[in-house]
Design a protein around this ligand. Sequence first.
Ligand SMILES: C[S@@+](CC[C@H](N)C(=O)[O-])C[C@H]1O[C@@H](n2cnc3c(N)ncnc32)[C@H](O)[C@@H]1O
Length: 208
Amino acid sequence: MRLLSKIFSNTRKPEGFFGRMMVNGMNSGSHARMAEWGLSFVNINESANVLDIGCGGGANIARLLARCPKGMVKGIDHSPVSVRKSTRVNARAISDGRCIVMEGSASALPFADSEFNLVTAFETVYFWPKIEDCFRGIHRVLKDGGHFVIVNEDDGLTGNNDKWEKLIEGMHTYTPDELRAHITAAGFSDITVNCDEQHHWLCVIATK
Ligand SMILES: C[S@@+](CC[C@H](N)C(=O)[O-])C[C@H]1O[C@@H](n2cnc3c(N)ncnc32)[C@H](O)[C@@H]1O
């Protein structure tokens, strides 16, 4: 149990050998299909300024860059392993000046007020401490009319994630109602919840 917990805690903060394995895995398989599904609900302007929080292996930064060919995508993650992998995956866009990847926390975003048109969070809000404070920080860095998009592989309604919550300290799988309440408390409006009934995937879109 202790070994399993050590291995799967790398989903919360990838570290060392298992962390490197985990970020490679995040860039493929069900994460990729779910990310494409989530992004199908989002309109992205070709010049958009986008932030991806908890960017992991950087595959979603690459997807976002492809959708805003004249825009800019920044990625932030509290794991140096994730930052290194995202940097490698997006090396071309970084050298073209269209992408920046940095180490940092969802709890203390090092960005200017009203900087972004879109902030995304794929498979990561489960792990954020004091989630409403994080959502308030996202509200601060979004422009008026900008969107915050959460995509989760589990909608918290089935108990399927209970086994992971037992193994990964601090993990919580939010239901649509819980997310809606926290997002509203952080100042967002116009909240849309999309659910994939087959997989129990969840995509929540909120507007500043
Ligand atoms: C399960 S991975 C998902 C990675 C990527 N978004 C994806 O969908 O493939 C979760 C990522 O969120 C990061 N993360 C978790 N909590 C964070 C926090 N409070 N601040 C910044 N990054 C965080 C982890 O380090 C990890 O890289």
